[in-house]
Design a protein around this ligand. Structure first.
Ligand code: PCD
Length: 788
C-alpha cells in the first residue's frame, strides 16, 4: 500500500506512559480536601415522586450534603438543556421517567459513606405504567412521559424526512421488483472500560470553577456550563485528562457532573463523582434503538433503482441525542449507501419511551451506523429474493469512480471513491470464489444428509460513511459551529508545541498530530509536543466524535504548520539575503531556487526568527501561528468487508471463522494506528451483531445493566483480522486524509449478520434481528421452511 505520509507506522508516543501504568485518568486525581458524591437512582421506570426524606442521610456522620431535585429547583438547576434542545432532569422533581434516573446526590467524606448514605434516603414512589415499546409509545392511549412539558399530550418528539418522496414513490410504483423488510437496530451501549466521572472544584475566592472530567468535548462542555450556570467562560476550566475509551459515551453532560458542581459550590470543597459499571450501562446514554422499515426497488435483473425507509427512533425519556441541530436523525440520510440510485426517501419519527435518555453516536457519525446496516441488509434481502450472488449484485450497483464527486439523492456530496477496486480487493483477499465453491459443496452434502455439524456462511458489506462534522454553514450543535482551532509554537531551538481542541480517548492523537506537523515542517515528531484536553491551554473546537478529528483538527494542524512554514520562508529570505519568492521548500528546509546548497533548515530559521536578525518592514519575528479550520465538506471513507461464519444449526451458535476488511480512509497518517482503529471496530461489530443488547422487561426494568448480561466481545469471539487498504485521497482535505475511527464499527455488523443469514439460507430464513445470539439463531431456524 502507498503510505504517502512520512514517519508512517511510528510507535505511539503516549504508550510510553500507558504501558507503564502512568496515565492519569479522572479517578487517579485526588485534590486536597476532596469529597465524594454518589447518586440515588430510581428503581422504577415510571413513577410519581410522592416524597423524599433525607433526614437520616443528613445525620450520617460523614455526610456533608444531600442534594435533591427540590434543592436544585430553588437554584433553577433541576432541569438542564440537552444537546438536542430538549430538557433533562438533573435530579427528578415530579416524576421518574426511566429506571436508574437520578433522584438525589449525597456528598460525603469518602466513597463508601456516600454509598451507605444513599440507603438512608427514603423515597415514596407511586408507580405509573411504563412504555418501553417505541411503537406502543405512539398509541393515542399510551401514558404520557413528558407531562412536564406544557400541553404535551403524547410521546411524539419529531418528524423528519429527507430525499424526494414523489420521485421515489414514482420509481416504486413502476418497479419490477419491490422488497420490503423490517429491520431493527437494537439498543446497545458504548461501554468504554473507564466509566464516566468528574471532579468539580469551585474556588470561592477567585470564582473559578475547575472541572476534571473524562469528556470527549471539553470546549463544548465549558460553553454549556457557562450557559447553564451563568458563569463567564474564563471562570470555567475543563481538564480532560487521559481517557479510557469514549466511543461517544463521553460526549454528553450527565446529571452526575452537574451534581458534583453543585456539591462543590455547596460544601466549598472539591467533589468527585465516578459512576460504577451498572450506572454507566443503565443511565449514561445508549445508542441505536432504530426500528426501520426498508423497501428496495429494482429491475428483475438486479439494477437497484430506489430505496424508501421509515423509521421510529426511540430516544428514551429525554431527547439528549448528540447531533447537529438541523439533523434530528443525524446523518441517517446517508442510507443510500454506496449505490447509484434514481431516487431515495426516508421519514423518521422520534419518540419518548421510559428508557435511559441520550442517543449517542456510539462509534458512529450520527446514525451513519444504522444507515449502513439498513442498506447492506436490504441489498442482501434483495439478493435473496432475486437469487443472485450478493457480491455480484453489489458490484453491479456500486458507484463508479468517474461519478465522484457524487451528489447523493439525499443531498450529500461524496468527495472521492473507487468502490469497485475496494470490493475486488476484499474478494481477492478472501478468495471469494473458492469460499462459494466450498459452501456449495458443503450444502450439497448437507442436503443429502451426508454431513451434520455446522453450516458456513459468507457475508459481505460495503459501506460509505459521512464523517468530519462539519461545515459551519450546514451544521452546529446547540448553536456552536463545528470549526476547530489549532495553535503551533516553534521554540528558538526548533522544538514545537501544537495545541489542539480535540481530545484523544485512546486513538493516539499525541502521535498522529505530531506526525502531521513533522511532515509539513520537517521537525522530528519526537520534538513536537501535542497539548490537548485542557480548555485553558487549547483553542476552541467542538471535540472528538463522529471521526471528526482528522478531517477537521487534522486539517487545522496541516494548515497551521503551513502558516509557520510561510513565516519561516520570510525569515529564511532575510537570512540568505534573497527575496522569499526565490526560495523553494523541501522537507525541513528553504533553499534558493537553482542553488540548492544555499538554504536554511527549519531549526536554523527558528533560532534566527528569535534573534537580532534584521527582518523586513512589518515582519514581527517568531514563527508561531494560529488557525481556525472550517471544513468545506465532510469526508466519505468507505470499505468492503467479508465475513465467513460457521453456524451450528443444532445450537444456534455462530463462530466467526474469518474477517476480511478493506478500508479506504484516504491518506493514512499512521497505518499502524489506522489498523488498530479497524481492529477495535471489527470487534465492536461482532459484539453488536452477535451479543450486545440493552433489553428491558415490559415494566421498564433494564436487563443489560452488568457485563454478566451485557456481553462484550473478547479475543475468543474474534478471528485474526485480515486487512487490506486502498488509498483514495480526499480532494478537499489538506493532506487528503479521511476519518477512520468508526469505519469498522459502521461496516462490520452487516457483514456478520449477512454471513449468518447466508449460512441459514437452506432453512429459508431471509432476515433475523441482532443480536444473533444462539437463542435468536435457533429460533429463526425453527418454523422456517427447509429450502434445499
Ligand atoms: N488516522 C490516521 N489516518 C487517517 C485517519 C485517521 O492515521 N487517514 C488516525 C488519527 O490520527 C487518529 C485515529 O486514526 O489517531 C482516529 O482518527 P479519526 O478517524 O479522525 O477519529 P478521531 O476523531 O480521532 O476519534 C474519534 C473516533 C470515534 S468517534 C470513536 S467512537 C472511537 C474511535 O475514535 N473511539 C475510540 N476510536 C477509538 N479508539 C480508542 N482507542 N478509543 C476510543 O474511545 Mo464516537 O462519535 O465518539 O461514538
Amino acid at each position: 500500500m502507498e503510505t504517502p505520509m512520512g514517519y508512517g507506522s511510528m510507535r505511539r508516543k503516549e504508550d510510553a506512559r500507558f504501558i507503564r501504568g502512568r496515565g492519569t485518568y479522572v479517578d487517579d486525581v485526588t485534590l486536597p480536601g476532596m469529597l465524594y458524591g454518589a447518586v440515588l437512582r430510581s428503581p422504577f421506570a415510571h413513577a410519581r415522586i410522592v416524597s423524599i426524606d433525607t433526614k437520616a442521610a443528613e445525620a450520617h456522620p460523614k455526610v456533608r450534603a444531600v442534594i435533591t431535585g427540590a434543592i436544585l429547583d430553588g437554584l433553577k438547576l433541576a432541569w438542564m438543556p440537552t444537546l438536542s434542545y430538549d430538557t433533562q432532569a438533573v435530579l427528578a422533581t415530579d416524576k421518574v421517567r426511566f429506571q436508574g434516573q437520578e433522584v438525589a446526590f449525597v456528598v460525603a467524606e469518602d466513597r463508601y459513606a456516600a454509598r451507605d448514605a444513599l440507603e438512608l434516603i427514603d423515597v415514596e414512589y407511586e408507580p405509573l405504567p411504563a412504555v418501553v415499546d417505541a411503537r406502543r409509545a405512539l398509541d393515542p392511549d399510551a401514558p404520557v412521559i413528558r407531562d412536564d412539558k406544557d400541553g404535551k399530550t403524547d410521546n411524539h418528539i419529531f418528524d423528519w424526512s429527507s430525499g424526494d418522496k414523489d420521485a421515489t414513490d414514482r420509481v416504486f410504483s413502476e418497479a419490477e421488483v419491490v422488497v420490503t423488510q423490517d429491520v431493527l437496530y437494537p439498543r446497545v451501549h458504548p461501554a468504554p472500560l473507564e466509566t464516566c466521572g468528574a471532579i468539580a472544584d469551585f474556588d470561592k475566592v477567585t470564582g473559578k470553577l475547575t472541572i476534571w472530567c473524562n469528556t470527549q468535548a471539553p470546549h463544548a462542555h465549558r460553553t454549556v456550563y457557562a450557559m447553564v450556570a451563568g458563569l463567564p467562560e474564563h471562570k470555567i476550566r475543563i481538564i480532560s485528562p487521559d481517557i479510557g475509551g469514549g466511543f461517544g459515551n463521553k460526549v454528553g453532560i450527565y446529571p452526575g457532573y452537574v451534581c458534583a458542581v453543585v456539591g462543590s459550590i455547596v460544601t466549598g470543597r472539591p467533589v468527585k463523582w465516578m459512576e460504577d459499571r451498572s450506572e454507566n450501562l443503565m443511565s449514561t446514554s445508549f445508542a441505536r434503538d432504530y426500528h426501520m422499515r426498508g423497501e428496495i426497488a429494482a429491475t428483475r435483473d438486479g439494477k437497484i433503482r430506489a430505496v424508501r425507509v421509515s423509521v421510529i427512533a426511540d430516544h428514551g425519556a429525554f431527547n439528549g441525542t448528540a447531533q447537529p441541530t438541523k439533523f434530528p436523525a443525524g446523518f441517517f440520510h446517508v442510507f443510500t449507501g454506496s449505490y447509484d440510485l434514481e431516487a431515495a426517501h426516508c421519514a423518521v419519527t422520534g419518540v419518548y419511551t421510559n428508557k435511559a435518555p441520550g442517543g449517542v453516536a456510539y462509534a458512529c457519525s450520527f446514525r451513519v451506523t444504522e444507515a449502513a446496516y439498513l442498506i447492506e441488509r436490504m441489498v442482501d434481502v434483495l439478493a435473496y429474493e432475486l437469487g443472485t450472488d450478493p457480491a455480484a449484485l453489489r458490484m453491479r450497483n456500486l458507484l463508479r469512480p468517474e461519478q465522484f464527486p457524487y451528489p447523493s439523492p439525499t443531498g450529500w456530496e461524496y468527495d472521492s471513491g473507487d468502490y469497485p477496486r475496494a470490493l475486488a480487493l476484499a474478494m481477492d483477499i478472501a478468495g471469494y470464489d473458492d469460499l462459494r465453491a466450498e459452501q456449495a459443496a458443503q450444502r450439497e452434502r448437507w442436503a443429502a444428509g451426508e454431513v451434520g455439524g455446522t453450516l458456513m456462511g459468507v457475508g459481505i458489506s460495503f459501506f460509505t460513511e459521512a464523517v468530519g462534522a462539519g461545515p459551519r454553514k450546514h451544521m452546529d450543535i446547540l448553536g456552536l459551529g463545528m470549526a476547530d482551532g489549532a495553535e503551533l509554537r516553534v521554540h528558538p531551538t526548533g522544538k514545537a508545541v501544537l495545541r489542539i481542541s480535540v481530545q484523544s480517548q485512546g486513538q493516539g492523537h499525541e502521535t498522529t498530530y505530531a506526525q502531521i506537523v513533522a511532515e509539513e515542517l520537517g521537525i522530528s515528531p519526537d520534538d513536537i509536543e501535542v497539548v490537548h484536553g485542557d480548555t485553558d491551554q487549547t483553542p476552541f473546537g467542538l471535540g472528538t466524535y463522529g471521526s471528526r478529528s482528522t478531517p477537521v483538527s487534522g486539517a487545522a494542524t496541516a494548515v497551521v504548520a503551513r502558516k509557520v512554514r510561510e513565516r519561516a520562508r520570510i525569515v529564511a529570505g532575510a537570512m540568505l539575503e534573497v527575496s522569499p519568492e526565490d526560495l523553494e521548500w523541501e522537507k525541513g528546509r528553504w533553499f534558493v531556487r537553482g542553488d540548492p546548497d544555499q538554504g536554511r533548515t527549519i531549526t536554523e530559521i527558528a533560532l534566527a526568527a528569535h534573534s537580532s536578525l534584521e527582518l523586513p518592514e512589518g515582519v514581527e519575528g517568531h514563527l508561531d501561528a494560529t488557525t481556525v479550520y472550517n471544513p468545506p465538506n465532510l469526508t466519505f471513507p468507505f470499505g468492503a468487508y467479508i465475513c465467513v461464519v460457521d453456524v451450528d444449526p443444532g445450537t444456534g451458535r455462530v463462530k466467526v471463522r474469518r474477517f476480511v476488511a478493506v478500508d479506504d480512509c484516504g491518506v493514512r497518517i499512521n497505518p499502524m494506528i489506522v489498523e488498530g482503529q479497524v481492529h477495535g471496530g471489527l470487534a465492536d461489530g461482532i459484539g453488536m451483531a452477535l451479543m450486545e443488547l440493552i433489553a428491558f422487561d415490559p415494566d421498564g426494568n433494564c436487563l443489560g445493566a452488568s457485563f454478566m448480561d451485557y456481553l462484550l466481545p473478547t479475543s475468543m469471539e474474534c478471528p485474526s483480522w485480515e486487512l487490506g487498504a486502498t488509498v483514495t485521497p480526499s480532494p478537499h482535505h489538506p493532506i487528503g486524509a479521511k476519518g477512520v475511527g468508526e469505519s469498522a464499527t459502521v461496516g462490520s455488523p452487516a457483514a456478520v449478520v449477512n454471513a449468518v443469514l447466508d449460512a441459514l439460507k437452506p432453512f429459508g430464513v431471509r432476515h433475523a434481528d441482532m443480536p444473533l445470539t444462539p437463542a435468536a439463531v435457533w429460533r429463526a431456524i425453527q418454523g422456517a421452511p427447509l429450502r434445499t
